[in-house]
Design a protein around this ligand. Structure first.
Ligand SMILES: *Cc1c(COP(=O)(O)O)cnc(C)c1O
Length: 439
């Protein structure tokens, strides 16, 4: 291989470099979310100055085709005119009231209308907060303490969920975080994905103590690990039998894979669902939702406390509403599915000729370039060090081609409505050039 992470960036990025040096002095690791630091691919992170449609411009004025989309929220692309107009209008009316406003009702009504089986929504400011609150609610409602999660699924950074979490943590090769007392994770059970027998065994043994089983219905934080429908159906059946709640963490999949998220696609209705990313259209919004009988346990009606100074923030609501309305008006989910199909047709023949094992895993507008040696995985298998090295070389070579992939071999890529057929061609051509050179 010609490229190693250290020497593979033939382009210099002096402004990004300067900003990064300044950042490392005042911000731990120079970043406010670890995967941004490029530790998994080497080199120093790019600092971005602007984004338009499917393209990002870095602080040195270089332009990239963006396949990260801010990790999911930008389903319309950067700075979509309808979102910018709605946010601007909202800003002029006041950025926060700390009191109810119409826009909260409008966003909540859209979520209730879109997602199967829910009647009420509580709006928060991040996916982490949504999951944390949904779990508290599940515990309150069932009067039980245990929660079950799956290895490779990421549910934000709440203490009791940082157990064999995926994504950034997997990249760092650490199954959990320092600073989390054992007592906090003592009520969390972690199971492998794709394994009915393991779920059967745990629920047979501890079922009566389990408040909730939480899963990303389309796990997208350890690469992309689409599950067999039978596995998810088994979770639905068993949780119902045992009186535990099934929580779908739809922070990535919600409003991305379909109007009704993965639940609609799979035809499985969870008891609670969590949202983030797309629902805010690029502003900090999260939400959790469920039937009234469960949601009624929340304060002020119920005994389960949950609150937020900026929850339902009018500017963030405007961004979310505009995003969902454009998606609906443009039949966005159909278009994204078609775009994903086109991408697949372009990349499959290319990947067959790659000089190392490389597979395309795709669900709708989510896709993953998997470097697993033994084909597509359904569980959170660790990539070989060689595969991780190959990804680092690939990442930097693609950057030089003007294509921005997520800076980790374990991260999925995101398409948006701003991506055109020409952009997909550009991605394919970039990949063709790079794979030819890495040969
Ligand atoms: C991103 C993500 C979260 C956390 O959301 P934040 O807004 O980053 O706190 C939770 N669950 C899933 C499935 C996610 O992808």
């Amino acid at each position: 291989m010609q490229h190693s992470p250290e020497d593979s960036s033939p382009l210099s990025h002096p402004r990004s470099q300067q900003l990064y040096e300044r950042a490392t002095r005042v911000i731990p690791g120079g970043v406010n979310s670890p995967v941004r630091a490029f530790r998994a691919v080497g080199g120093t992170p790019l600092f971005f100055a602007s984004g338009r449609g499917a393209y990002l411009t870095d602080s040195d004025g270089r332009r990239y085709l963006d396949l990260v989309g801010s990790w999911g929220p930008l389903i319309l692309g950067h700075a979509h005119p309808a979102v910018v107009a709605a946010v601007t209008r909202a800003c002029h009316e006041g950025t926060t009231f700390g009191a109810p406003c119409a826009a909260e009702v409008e966003l909540a009504e859209r979520v209730v209308a879109a997602y199967p089986g829910i009647e009420q929504v509580r709006l928060v400011s991040s996916g982490t907060e949504a999951v944390m609150s949904a779990i508290r609610l599940a515990r309150a409602y069932t009067g039980r303490d245990l929660i079950v999660k799956f290895s490779g699924c990421y549910h934000g950074h709440a203490d009791h969920l940082l157990v064999a979490a995926g994504s950034g943590l997997a990249t760092f090769g650490r199954p959990s975080s320092a600073g989390v007392p054992n007592a906090f994770t003592a009520c969390t059970r972690v199971l492998p994905l794709d394994d009915e027998a393991a779920v059967d065994a745990l629920l047979a043994r501890d079922g009566e103590q389990i408040a909730a089983v939480i899963i990303e219905p389309v796990p997208a934080n350890h690469g992309l690990l689409p599950q067999r429908p039978e596995f998810l159906e088994r979770l639905r059946t068993l949780t119902r039998e045992r009186g535990a709640l099934l929580i779908f963490d739809e922070v990535i999949s919600g409003f991305r894979l379909a109007r009704g998220g993965a639940a609609e696609r799979l035809g499985i209705v969870p008891d609670l669902a969590t949202f983030g990313k797309v629902i805010g259209g690029g502003m900090p919004v999260g939400a959790f939702a469920g039937p009234r009988r469960i949601m009624a346990r929340l304060a002020p009606d119920g005994d389960t406390y949950q609150a937020g100074t900026l929850s339902g923030n009018p500017v963030a609501m405007a961004s979310g509403i505009a995003t969902l309305d454009v998606l609906a008006a443009e039949r966005g989910w159909e278009k994204l599915e078609a775009l994903g199909g086109q991408l697949e047709q372009l990349l499959r023949p290319l990947l067959r000729q790659a000089p190392f094992p490389m597979h395309l895993v795709r669900v709708g507008s989510l896709f993953w370039l998997s470097l697993h040696e033994n084909g597509a995985a359904r569980t959170a298998a660790t990539l070989s060090p060689q595969a991780v090295g190959r990804f680092a070389a690939l990442f930097h070579a693609m950057l030089a081609e003007g294509i921005y992939l997520p800076p980790s071999a374990y991260e999925a890529c995101f398409l948006s409505l701003a991506h055109t057929a020409a952009d997909l061609e550009r991605l394919a051509q970039g990949l063709r050039n790079v794979l030819g050179r890495l040969r």
